[in-house]
Design a protein around this ligand. Structure first.
Ligand code: ASP
Length: 326
């Protein structure tokens, strides 16, 4: 039986076109999925590829409505004879989509995100090789049960820890201190690590009946940042994430303001703007039970987890437990 891989195209630079040869000044998401398929070398006979165009956008237009649609779509298709999925996606928010799907997709089948840093019309466009490797990875039994994966520039990353770390180089992703899960060489995969965080079939988040995600906003702390910004966001959002300095730190004025938000039942996640390391419990900066460390999640992923956590609980203790495990 051939392995059936289904490609879901959403746009991004991999589907971008611009001035011949140039890597900048292009339009993302302008190429249809059939043109992406034309860039592939012939696939082996035991691999059957189907494809669809879900949308054609720059990934800065991705929102929670699209995430819900995508997760539900994959959950439905996963009930069919499809053996694995590839999603082409813009790189700017790929780490967020990968983490959202890691928490909400209910299948052990491989789900691989990929994209490109250079548009299809650039000299040495990186999209064709990334797509070729992602399709082969999606067909590998070794890629099953590992959560959502990102395949990019010869490396395999976990949806939990992957992050974009370079603004324009083709090797634009890593897992920060954690490196990667493994490597691709042509059509072969070599796994070295696995993420231990809860994902996919073990995740408690169910988006099947969810109309929208609770609003959670991110506030960036910097020297002298006024604490009244917290009031502004607290009046609009169900939860907040602070991108703090160092190990998730901020001023005494922010500590005091966050303590006041406890009375309004607003959970606040302490994360860091640094990008490496861990934010763990620190009573000095938390100062109240509504304030919960992000552990190793960066602000943009802590935002997703808090939003999903608020669909199942309002309990600060339970939210903290979720942050420890997911
Ligand atoms: N702005 C593009 C996007 O995220 C960047 C990329 O795909 O590399 O859609």
């Amino acid at each position: 039986m051939p392995r059936h891989i289904h490609l879901i195209a959403t746009g991004g630079t991999i589907a971008g076109t611009g001035q011949a040869g140039k890597t900048s000044g292009y339009e993302a998401g302008s190429l249809p999925v059939r043109s992406l398929l034309d860039t592939l070398p012939p696939l082996p006979e035991d691999l059957q590829l189907t494809a669809e165009q879900l949308c054609s956008i720059d990934s800065n237009q991705v929102d929670s409505a699209l995430w819900l649609r995508l997760a539900r779509h994959i959950n439905q298709l996963a009930q069919t004879d499809i053996d694995g999925f590839v999603i082409t996606h813009g790189t700017d928010t790929m780490d967020e989509t990968a983490y959202f799907l890691n928490l909400t997709v209910k299948t052990e089948k491989p789900v691989i995100l990929t994209g490109a840093m250079r548009p299809s019309t650039a000299a040495s466009a990186d999209g064709p090789l990334n797509l070729y490797q992602a399709i082969h990875l999606a067909a590998k039994p070794e890629a099953a049960g590992k959560g959502i994966l990102v395949c990019f520039c010869d490396s395999i990353y976990s949806g939990r820890d992957v992050q974009k770390v370079n603004t324009y180089k083709t090797d634009a992703f890593n897992e920060k201190d954690l490196s990667c899960l493994g490597y691709m060489r042509d059509d072969q995969c070599y796994f070295l690590n696995a993420s231990l965080a809860v994902h996919t079939t073990a995740s408690r988040f169910d988006v099947s009946g969810l109309k929208e995600l609770p609003r959670v906003d991110i506030l960036y702390f910097y020297a002298g940042a006024p604490a009244d910004a917290l009031d502004f966001y607290a009046s609009r959002a169900r939860g907040l994430v602070i991108a703090g300095t160092g190990s998730g730190n901020y001023s005494p004025q922010w500590v005091e303001k966050i303590r006041q938000l406890s009375r309004l039942c607003i959970p606040v996640i302490r994360s860091s703007r640094i990008g490496h390391g861990i934010v763990s419990r620190d009573p000095h900066f938390e100062g109240s039970d509504n304030c919960i460390p992000a552990y190793t999640l960066p602000p943009q992923k802590a935002r997703i987890l808090l939003s999903l956590a608020l669909t199942v609980t309002d309990s600060y203790a339970e939210i903290e437990e979720i942050f420890r495990k997911y």
